[in-house]
Design a protein. Structure first.
Length: 64
Protein backbone atom coordinates (compact mmCIF):
# COMPACT_ATOMS: atom_id res chain seq x y z
CA UNK A 1 0.00 0.00 0.00
CA UNK A 2 1.46 3.34 -1.01
CA UNK A 3 1.45 6.05 1.61
CA UNK A 4 1.45 9.79 1.00
CA UNK A 5 4.47 11.81 2.00
CA UNK A 6 3.50 14.45 4.57
CA UNK A 7 5.40 17.72 4.88
CA UNK A 8 4.77 21.31 5.92
CA UNK A 9 4.11 23.76 3.12
CA UNK A 10 4.23 27.49 3.75
CA UNK A 11 2.01 29.46 1.39
CA UNK A 12 1.13 33.09 1.05
CA UNK A 13 -2.40 33.42 2.48
CA UNK A 14 -3.68 34.81 -0.84
CA UNK A 15 -2.30 31.78 -2.72
CA UNK A 16 -3.85 29.42 -0.19
CA UNK A 17 -7.21 31.17 -0.49
CA UNK A 18 -7.05 30.91 -4.30
CA UNK A 19 -6.24 27.18 -4.09
CA UNK A 20 -9.13 26.63 -1.69
CA UNK A 21 -11.55 28.46 -4.02
CA UNK A 22 -10.36 26.46 -7.02
CA UNK A 23 -10.58 23.22 -5.05
CA UNK A 24 -14.15 24.01 -3.96
CA UNK A 25 -15.13 24.79 -7.56
CA UNK A 26 -13.72 21.44 -8.69
CA UNK A 27 -15.05 19.46 -5.68
CA UNK A 28 -11.59 18.57 -4.39
CA UNK A 29 -9.77 19.08 -1.12
CA UNK A 30 -7.10 21.77 -1.06
CA UNK A 31 -4.50 19.01 -0.67
CA UNK A 32 -5.76 17.13 -3.75
CA UNK A 33 -5.89 20.41 -5.69
CA UNK A 34 -2.27 21.25 -4.83
CA UNK A 35 -1.17 17.75 -5.90
CA UNK A 36 -3.07 18.10 -9.18
CA UNK A 37 -1.55 21.53 -9.85
CA UNK A 38 1.94 20.17 -9.15
CA UNK A 39 1.37 17.23 -11.51
CA UNK A 40 0.13 19.60 -14.24
CA UNK A 41 3.16 21.87 -13.78
CA UNK A 42 5.55 18.90 -13.93
CA UNK A 43 3.86 17.52 -17.06
CA UNK A 44 4.09 20.94 -18.70
CA UNK A 45 7.87 20.78 -18.13
CA UNK A 46 8.04 17.30 -19.63
CA UNK A 47 8.33 15.41 -16.34
CA UNK A 48 5.90 12.49 -16.23
CA UNK A 49 4.96 11.31 -12.74
CA UNK A 50 3.13 8.01 -12.53
CA UNK A 51 0.31 7.57 -10.02
CA UNK A 52 1.05 5.23 -7.14
CA UNK A 53 -1.33 2.30 -6.79
CA UNK A 54 -4.44 3.18 -4.81
CA UNK A 55 -4.80 1.52 -1.41
CA UNK A 56 -7.22 -1.38 -1.19
CA UNK A 57 -10.56 -0.48 0.35
CA UNK A 58 -12.96 -2.53 2.41
CA UNK A 59 -12.48 -5.53 4.63
CA UNK A 60 -9.41 -7.68 4.33
CA UNK A 61 -10.07 -11.08 2.77
CA UNK A 62 -10.96 -13.85 5.21
CA UNK A 63 -8.52 -16.70 5.73
CA UNK A 64 -11.26 -19.37 5.45
Amino acid sequence: MAQKKAFALRLDPAVHAAVERLAADELRSANAQIEMLLREALAKRGIEVKHSPAPRRGRPPSDN
